[in-house]
Write a protein that binds this ligand. Sequence first.
Ligand code: PLP
Length: 452
Amino acid sequence: MKDIHYRLPQHRALVTELPGPASTALTARRRAAVAAGVGSSVPVYTADADGGVIVDVDGNSLVDLGSGIAVTSVGASDPAVVEAVREQVGHFTHTCFMVTPYEGYVRVAEELAALTPGDHEKRTVLFNSGAEAVENAVKVARLATGRDAIVAFDHAYHGRTNLTMALTAKSMPYKAHFGPFAPEVYRLPMSYPYRDADGLSGEQAAQRAIDQMEKQIGADSLAAIIIEPIQGEGGFIVPADGFLPTLATWAREHGVVFIADEVQTGFCRTGSWFASDHEGIVPDIITMAKGMAGGMPLSAITGRADLLDKVHPGGLGGTYGGNPVACAAALAAIDTMREYDLPARARRIEGLVLPRLRALADEVGVIGDIRGRGAMLAMEFVQPGTDKPDPELTKAIAAGALTQGVIVLTCGTYGNVIRLLPPLVIGDELLDDALTVIEETVRSLVREKSLV
Ligand SMILES: *Cc1c(COP(=O)(O)O)cnc(C)c1O
């Protein structure tokens, strides 16, 4: 693995309490100007970011284990991305690919055809956000099949637009009072090894869903199955082995489009280019966004040419989709992923982190499950001796780690999962330091709450 050079010192260093006075002042201004409906997990304002650190407006250096929700896999100011963006903005920021097209868009499409699973003929369309990619994957599936119904799963997260809210499982905060939702969306049980009945295999969990598709929907009414190969916001749920291949095979046999939503899992995050690779799944359409463009807003659908080319010219697109600056950033970010072998780096992070989390789980008795792949790892917190979720403890751990300068995010249907999503370029020492903070935070909260 090639050595990574950083612009900012890669250390944790606090010069004020968190949040510091400058962040607190910004929070006051924000309250008067920004709508309350936009939340922030961390009440600390960013001044600079590089590698595994975020420097705040008070001069504190924090360890970033969130990557802006799995986006800055190559770091938040990867030199190659920065240079490519500078170069592109000096020429043109926008022309609209639907008006006067440009090569960057075509090159991104070529890269995605090469990187995504399967060696079949593929086509790509670029958009701005993950939700927009998901919406368009569904549009293509419906047009190509002439069918209406879409299957999504328990704990799924696919976005916040109207159709993607319907696909997303969790009511609060994503859906509550924002309806009515798009019709013809059916929700089926996911494979969730920690909470499924003991011994339920991946194949059996898939069969449970297949029975419902056949009995309640009818395969010939079903346009697509959409699934995250590892669920993100829903709790980093890794389905049992065999679940995804069984569903994908059934979909193929019944002319149902299998859409892998790899918006969070894609681009090296799970230790391979795509999470579908782990079980040899070849999705008909794959949706991508977060890690793809080094922090610039870009998303994509890549899928079977025969499906995508069914759509009439003008049926897909958008003013900003595949913006040239975002495309330049994506091409540079993909080069960085190759140059530094970031899939290998994600596997190395797993090797460093998983044993520590497992040891912690054995020690404290409030961690029901440790799971994930690559640099997408999670702990599910429960009340001692039960599998009852403990969202309060989970929140307290994230808040406690933050006071020590470590940013961690929570997730999960029950709000009881701490998820680790470090930039893949984070150094071993910094990661080690952040893990020590997390371990000590968990230990001290467990002691304080007399949970042992
Ligand atoms: C974040 C996410 C989305 C939505 O992406 P946005 O860019 O926030 O619209 C969709 N699917 C998955 C799996 C995600 O993690």
